[in-house]
Design a protein around this ligand. Sequence first.
Ligand code: C2E
Ligand code: MG
Ligand code: MG
Ligand code: MG
Length: 285
Amino acid sequence: KQLGRNRVSLFAAARAALARPTPAEAHAADLGEAVEDDCFVPYFQPLVDLDTREVIGAEALCRWQHPRHGLLPPAAFISTAEGNGLIRDIDRAIIRKVCAQMAEWRERSRGSLPISLNVSAATMTEPGFVRFLSDCCQEFNVAPQELVVELTESMLLLADDPGRRSLKRIRELGVEVALDDFGTGFSTLSLLKDLPVTRLKIDRSFVVHIDNNRRDREIVSSIVSLGHALGADVVVEGVETESQAEAIAGIGDMIGQGYLFGKPMPAAELAACATWNCDYVATRA
Ligand code: C2E
Ligand code: MG
Ligand code: MG
Ligand code: MG
């Protein structure tokens, strides 16, 4: 329950952790070594214009290239890394690699696709983080406007004042700020009251039954109105079927993300996606 209500996946994860470490969690024992050996890489999942299906951005999602166990997903290590502080190193390593990748794409004339980064509370509130972000932008000649920092709501709540301060500075730098898993946190609306958020990402749980559940459609529709009224764009996460995509298109102007459009993939695969639209500007009423 500490993780919030109505989070089926998190309940399952919490139960698993109580029982015994999964093989994947056991790998977290060598997390420190993995940081030293630079074993973390960003995968990229496309964000698409729902009308044209063009790629208009991507979310960087961390993977651990484990020497013996292969490619491990965040579920195998992020919560451990958040517990022991190594998440700061992992987040920074991913951010540098993403900026380097953006520079490479630009050099190869693919243009500059905006990339979203997931940042944990500990990373964001660490003194010097905003400076680090701005240094990365300078080093790789990335415009801060091409980056989106994704935060989870409950994390912001815990982060409190220091979190809010660094959030304001991130916005002053020009980096966009998205609220991830929107709708599942503790205090959604009061957070929106004075946080400089530029994007809402509607949690996958509202999308699963969107093609056959009117209540879910009404909720999504309300979030879209709310987001646009606050000058934010709205991303819908976890779109897996054409039927869901159709239902979403009927609701309003959203950006799509989900397995239907593309799973998280290595940088080279994203680069091979035929249609990038680097100049997409989402509706912000
Ligand atoms: P998130 O930021 O909400 O990312 C979306 C997650 O949903 C990703 O899982 C993605 O692979 C998955 N997903 C996307 N589309 C679909 C779909 O259509 N169906 C289903 N079932 N799943 C879909 P992933 O890559 O395992 O990442 C899990 C979480 O780990 C992320 O959730 C994010 O909170 C965290 N994370 C990932 N990378 C980083 C990182 O570099 N730093 C930090 N601090 N957290 C990270
Ligand atoms: Mg995210
Ligand atoms: Mg999410
Ligand atoms: Mg999530």
